[in-house]
Design a protein around this ligand. Structure first.
Ligand code: ASP
Ligand code: MG
Length: 449
């Protein structure tokens, strides 16, 4: 393991010149921060996505104008804008050309290329901010290292290749420079630009940490760490100082929006601690996510995920029969449907799907599978549900867990509960409209005593 620290700054942290300057303070305060991964400035990726979605050329130009404005606002605040005016102008010209010559619809390769401009612009600007603050700093094109497959929009990193390329191209720079680079983007074997999926910059930072064997990864964002629940749901929510990988992974899976869900995988593989803090208030501390933590309390956090679909399949033939479950799951798997929770009774199976997390419309991805299921069982579909996950440790064997839960749900219609399969979570489904009140009540009974 090296002594190097990777610091990632999210879109709001690099939203404008003043925000970037606060990030520079954080970096300059620690000589070991050698790799700086940036997101696109806040709003830019959304505008780029707008460009790829609309077929209307004038809307594309409007979105471009928004990106140009955000970029030039930073550029014009630099002491020496001329130092980076040329690379910035080239990037903007390349993007403009893609708009003008793009045709009616973009290919998926072109969509990823277009979405890459946000990080490519912000990284050039941010490296110059560091230079002007006296740091030896340069902007590095991460596509030289971040090798992925060619699944545009959600490319899979090729770990061995990334480690090898980082060794050759990136590590040698770290002795002398603070290397500023792009999150979110990569390139496939044919040098085509790819993206890791929305919010992927966290994942990029963790992948690079794994590749260079960094000591820690810092994720700087606009919240002072990970909270016991979404602070918008209850003012009782408080910042968690320390949390284990297992618990944090559960939180990410169940919808706490602090980290991209895949972020912890590289960190867990290499046992690299991850820090989450606010670039606005670095002194406020933050959350450390690590393998070993001082305490493993039964309750750590409550996550709420909306837009869940509950599917119940029922077959009288299941009574005393073997193979029904295999058939149900085989059907779902052939249609590439990922199931979250499962409960069974003698003749029926209930399972949940995360509609909010689906990349294509429900009607395209799930309905064909349901049609097939209907050929051998009765199928009921309920939408508009929320999944509440209580996350913690040894929940499967802790006293009082169910009591607190049922108390909080006294007046609520609970649709399904999963308890016992995992020691780190206990999940249940309720109607979407009950979600906020249930979380508030449950948070109070679990955390305020
Ligand atoms: N800029 C990308 C997005 O907005 C990646 C990121 O911010 O992590 O999704
Ligand atoms: Mg972001």
């Amino acid at each position: 393991m090296s002594k190097f620290i990777i610091a990632k700054f999210g879109g709001t942290s690099v939203a404008d010149f003043d925000a970037m300057s606060r990030c520079a303070d954080i970096i300059l305060a620690d000589d070991n921060i050698r790799v700086v991964v940036v997101s696109a400035s806040s709003g830019v990726t959304n505008l780029l996505v707008d460009i790829t979605k609309t077929t209307d050329v004038s809307s594309r130009h409007d979105a471009f104008a928004g990106i140009e404005r955000i970029t030039l606002n930073v550029l014009n605040r630099l002491q020496q804008p001329q130092a980076v005016a040329e690379p910035i102008e080239l990037l903007l010209a390349e993007l403009r050309a893609m708009i003008e010559n793009g045709g009616a619809v973009y290919s998926s390769a072109h969509k990823d290329l277009i979405q890459s401009f946000g990080e490519r612009l912000s990284s050039v600007l941010f490296a110059q901010v560091l230079v002007e603050r006296g740091a030896a700093s340069l902007c590095f094109d991460i596509r030289r290292v971040m090798r992925t497959d060619s699944r545009f929009g959600k490319a899979e990193p090729q770990l061995a290749m990334i480690a090898e390329l980082a060794q050759v191209h990136l590590t040698p720079l770290l002795a002398d420079y603070r290397v500023v680079t792009q999150g979110f983007i990569g390139a496939d074997d044919f040098e085509q630009t790819t993206t890791l999926g929305r919010g992927g910059s966290d994942y990029s930072a963790a992948l690079l940490a794994e590749a260079i064997q960094a000591a820690t990864v810092q994720i700087w964002t606009d919240v002072v760490g990970i909270f016991t629940t979404d602070p918008r749901l209850t003012s009782d929510a408080r910042c968690i100082r320390e949390i284990s990988f297992d618990e944090a992974a559960e939180m990410a899976t169940f919808g706490a929006k602090v980290l991209h869900p895949a972020t912890l995988l590289p960190a867990m593989r290499q046992n690299i601690a991850v820090f989450v803090g606010s670039s606005r208030e670095p002194a406020a501390g933050g959350t450390w996510i690590a393998k070993t933590v001082q305490e493993r309390p039964p309750y750590r956090a409550i996550a709420l995920r909306k837009s869940q679909t509950l599917i119940t399949v029922k077959s009288p033939a299941m009574l005393h029969a073997a193979g029904f479950l295999t058939r149900v799951f085989d059907t779902l798997s052939r249609h590439q449907i990922s199931v979250d929770l499962v409960t069974t009774s003698e003749i029926s199976v209930a399972l949940t799907l995360d509609e909010g997390g689906m990349t294509s419309a429900f009607s395209n991805s799930v309905e064909p599978a349901l049609d097939e299921l209907k050929t051998f069982c009765e199928v009921t579909v309920e939408q508009g549900l929320s999944l509440v996950a209580v996350i913690g440790n040894h929940l499967h064997s802790s006293k009082g867990v169910a009591g607190a839960l049922f108390h909080a749900l006294e007046r609520i219609n609970m649709r399904l509960i999963c308890h016992g399969a995992s020691k780190h979570n206990l999940c249940f489904l309720i109607q979407d409209q009950d979600g906020p009140a249930v979380v508030k009540q449950l948070h109070q009974s679990l955390f305020s005593s």
